[in-house]
Design a protein around this ligand. Structure first.
Ligand code: ATP
Ligand code: MG
Length: 183
């Protein structure tokens, strides 16, 4: 399973459609302060189902929508698309026929987020579970935010355990158990 492309429209500073092609190996993103490097990583976490506005450096979920500049009006929608190469057939059974998974998250002011996987409308939970099963996700320990190391050192044991569960790839099991118990 590999991420091959990230596309942003109206997400934070990326008001015009922007595509990032992710080739095999190491990818570096360079640019001056404030050019949007961190915003790119936040787009990646957001499309995988991030639910914490704070972790996206916003006060509310709609803060990811382009908020306008002196010369450009604000938008009322943001959309991020992630292409995942599934030619190694590691996706969960429900999506495993496809060689490429196209995961889309869109937010509209006043209407919240919706998600699609290969054109099919799905729940946030489906997207979160998909990435948890692939061993990654919005809270993946592979994505390290500024200040996160300090948070981890100071964390309560159960919160630190959550990070270990993500790393061990069993976070999806816990979410499924909770869902089963609610039924
Ligand atoms: P640094 O090198 O300092 O870490 P960076 O390249 O990571 O910088 P980002 O933090 O990704 O930069 O981008 C910050 C820019 O994004 C700021 O100019 C900020 O105004 C802009 N920005 C953030 N949210 C929005 C939004 N909702 N609408 C428009 N612009 C936004
Ligand atoms: Mg940054």
């Amino acid at each position: 399973m590999k991420f091959t492309q990230l596309r942003l429209v109206g997400f934070k500073s990326f008001v015009d459609p922007a595509e990032l092609h992710i080739d095999p190996g190491l990818t570096g993103v360079i640019g001056p302060n404030g050019c949007g490097k961190s915003n790119l990583l936040e787009a990646l976490r957001w499309v995988m189902g991030a639910t914490s506005a704070k972790s996206l450096r916003g006060g509310g979920m709609e803060d990811v929508i382009f908020s306008g500049t002196d010369s450009r009006p604000a938008r009322d929608k943001a959309e991020v698309t992630l292409h995942v190469d599934n030619t190694d057939k590691t996706a969960p059974a429900r999506f495993n026929d496809a060689d490429t998974l196209e995961v889309v998250r869109r937010i509209t002011r006043g209407k919240g987020s919706d998600y699609r996987i290969n054109g099919e409308e799905v729940r946030a939970k489906d997207v979160q579970l998909l990435f948890a099963d692939l061993g990654t996700g919005a809270n993946s320990p592979a994505l390290v935010r500024q200040g996160q190391i300090n948070e981890l050192i100071a964390a309560k044991p159960e919160n630190r355990r959550r990070v270990l569960e993500e790393a061990a790839g069993v976070a999806g099991l816990r979410a499924r158990r909770r869902e089963a118990q609610l039924r």
